[in-house]
Design a protein around this ligand. Structure first.
Ligand code: S3P
Length: 427
């Protein structure tokens, strides 16, 4: 257990840092390369614990990987998975558990997916239901992990999802790779589309029409995949740069896929000074460098289609809103209660402890700003990496030092977090 103390930054954040690899894309790169026949090369693979849970799961399914250097991964696969010798441990990773449910449902063997305490509380009916409509079988107690996946022949479906969730969409599309006929998923709003972009890049027979994605049974090609930086990790630096007076920072190699850039739209709406310096494309994904400067911010409303485009950023957006003039309202974000923690309850409770004017609503929160955060309190992280990092950013502007309990949870997505912050703060 690692508790850390964080105190106010008296001078602005300055300098340039490179943002580490995208977690969502890292999972998919490992999964899809394992399903492709031949030699795949993944460059800039994430060092987060979650993508490493995916690596461990595939090792148990007979797919060997080899780190050529710290971040470059070689996978040589014959395109087929083997029955696992034991349970497949997804750790804290919802993406691993839900996407693997789709991949494993159509195999000719059974498997069991398990997870840690937090993952075992998260809802899995959202994947069990569509997989059973495809003729598959996933057994669980109460719709939670452990999940026993009974491998079965699957058939395509035209699935209309009630929630905008990339994990649900990806689960169904991946099951569709092994199913007879066409499998389609329609969602209420477009969620992150990394699965679609990467499957297409690797040669799958996949089409997108508005909010509907369709796939046919396909073999994937082994290729090189270069992973861009994670905008969800960049978000902590974006917010810190905007709210710590006199800051002027550059974040290099940030993923700018439009299904993920909701935070940039919100920042612009609030009057934040953010510039995109350079844009490029690799494996279907756009990335670029960002310059962020301290800004005078105004409140805004965040709801509807933008929610899935910034779902993981909402805890740190709450911190941002405490420093914006007026009332910021976040709604339509009820699924935030089903993440690594109940992020609505958790961020509201912890930010209140340090002086924020924030109230919980069933599907979001309301914040009145601008508030000088008082600090001087102990805050909890709820086994949740994004809670830990959001509270760290709040600590940078709080009047008195705060103590963050169990800060080690950052390692789930962003082990480099403190080192990179130290570069910009000079600590
Ligand atoms: C993810 C999808 C999102 C996101 C999660 C990663 C993915 O979850 O919150 O951190 O990689 O597909 P939902 O699909 O449950 O919204």
């Amino acid at each position: 257990m690692t508790d850390i103390r964080i105190s106010k930054i008296l001078e602005g954040l300055r300098g340039t840092v490179e943002i580490p690899a995208d977690k969502s894309i890292s999972h998919r790169a490992m999964m899809f390369s394992s399903l492709a026949k031949g030699r795949s090369l993944i460059k800039n693979f994430s060092s987060g614990a979650d993508p490493h849970s995916t690596l461990d799961v595939f090792s148990k399914l007979g797919i060997k990987h080899n780190f050529i250097d710290e971040k470059t991964l070689e996978i040589v696969s014959d395109g087929a998975l083997k029955a696992p010798s034991g349970e497949l441990d997804c750790g804290n990773s919802g993406t691993t558990m839900r996407l693997m449910s789709g991949i494993l449902a159509g195999q000719n063997f059974d498997s069991v997916l398990i997870g840690d305490e937090s993952l075992s509380k998260r809802p899995m009916r959202r994947v069990i239901e569509p997989i059973s409509l495809m003729g598959g079988e996933i057994q669980s107690v109460d719709g939670h992990a452990p999940l026993k996946i009974v491998g079965r022949p699957l058939h395509g479906i035209d699935y209309v999802s009630k929630i905008a969730s990339a994990q649900v969409k990806s689960c169904v599309l991946l099951a569709g790779l092994f199913a007879d006929g066409i499998t389609s998923v329609t969602e209420p709003y477009i969620s992150r589309n990394h699965t679609e972009l990467m499957l297409k890049y690797l040669g799958a027979d996949l089409t997108v029409e508005g909010k509907k994605v369709s796939v046919r049974g396909s073999k994937l090609e082994a290729k090189e995949i270069d992973i861009c930086g994670d905008i969800s990790s960049a978000a902590f630096f974006i917010v810190a740069g905007l709210i710590v007076p006199e800051s002027d920072i550059i974040l290099k190699n940030v993923g700018l896929n439009p299904t993920r850039t909701g935070i940039l739209d919100v920042v612009r709406d609030m009057g934040g000074n953010i510039e995109i310096l350079d844009k490029r494309e690799a494996a279907g994904e756009i990335s670029g460098d960002l310059r962020i400067r301290y800004s005078v911010l105004k409140a805004c409303e965040i709801s509807g289609e933008i929610i899935p485009r910034l779902i993981d950023e909402l805890p740190v957006i709450a911190v941002l809103a405490t420093q914006a003039q007026g009332q910021t309202i976040v709604k339509d974000a009820g699924d935030l209660r089903n993440k690594e923690s109940d992020r609505i309850a958790a961020i509201v409770r912890e930010l209140k402890k340090i002086g924020a004017q924030i109230e919980e609503t069933p599907d979001g929160f309301i914040i009145n700003g601008k508030t000088l955060l008082e600090g001087g309190a102990e805050v909890e992280t709820y086994h949740d990496h994004r809670l830990a990092m959001s509270l760290y950013v709040a600590g940078l502007v709080a009047r008195k030092e705060i103590l963050i309990k169990d800060f080690q949870w950052v390692d789930i997505s962003f082990p480099e977090f403190l080192n990179l912050f130290n570069i910009l703060t000079g600590r």
